[in-house]
Ligand binder design. Structure first.
Ligand code: RB5
Length: 146
């Protein structure tokens, strides 16, 4: 799968770790930065990754900041982006099954490295359930940005 990944300085180490993990599993990664582990602005990198998902250049996106909050908020400013900030397997599964989330946000200061890998794997492996849930997702996507 082609995956966009981005982080700020707080997510820098986790991003590099997840890139290795995902490439070892055979995924193609587009790395949106940040370039260095120095203080920078998470909206820039959340938006870069979200743009690749919105355009269809990447099927999914993974974004990381200290909490996962700021970078998910930035990604969700783009139409068609459904970015969820998760800390456990159940919510990742439900975000795929019911909400067809196309991006996941992780908090590098909140979860451990093994949990981050497990959540990303779950995010990539879990299908969308479709049916009534697809209708609701379509309703979300039809809501205008006000
Ligand atoms: C950076 O210190 C931190 O604010 C950022 O990584 C993120 O947690 C924001 O939501």
């Amino acid at each position: 799968m082609k995956i966009a990944i981005g982080s700020d300085h707080a997510g820098y180490d986790y991003r590099r770790m997840l890139i290795s993990h995902l490439e070892a599993a055979g995924h193609e990664i587009i790395d949106c930065g940040c370039e260095e582990k120095v203080s920078c602005d998470y909206p820039v990198y959340g938006r870069k990754a979200a743009r690749l998902v919105k355009s269809g250049a990447c099927e999914r996106g993974v974004v990381i900041c200290g909490t996962g909050f700021g970078i998910s908020l930035a990604a969700n400013r783009l139409e068609g982006i459904r970015c969820v900030n998760c800390t456990d397997v159940l919510t990742v599964r439900m975000a795929r099954l019911h909400n067809n989330a196309n991006m996941i946000a992780l908090g590098a200061r909140v979860i451990g490295e093994d949990t981050a890998k497990l959540l990303v794997d779950t995010f990539l492996e879990t299908p969308h359930e479709g049916g009534r849930h697809a209708l609701r997702v379509a309703l979300i996507d039809s809501l205008p940005m006000e």
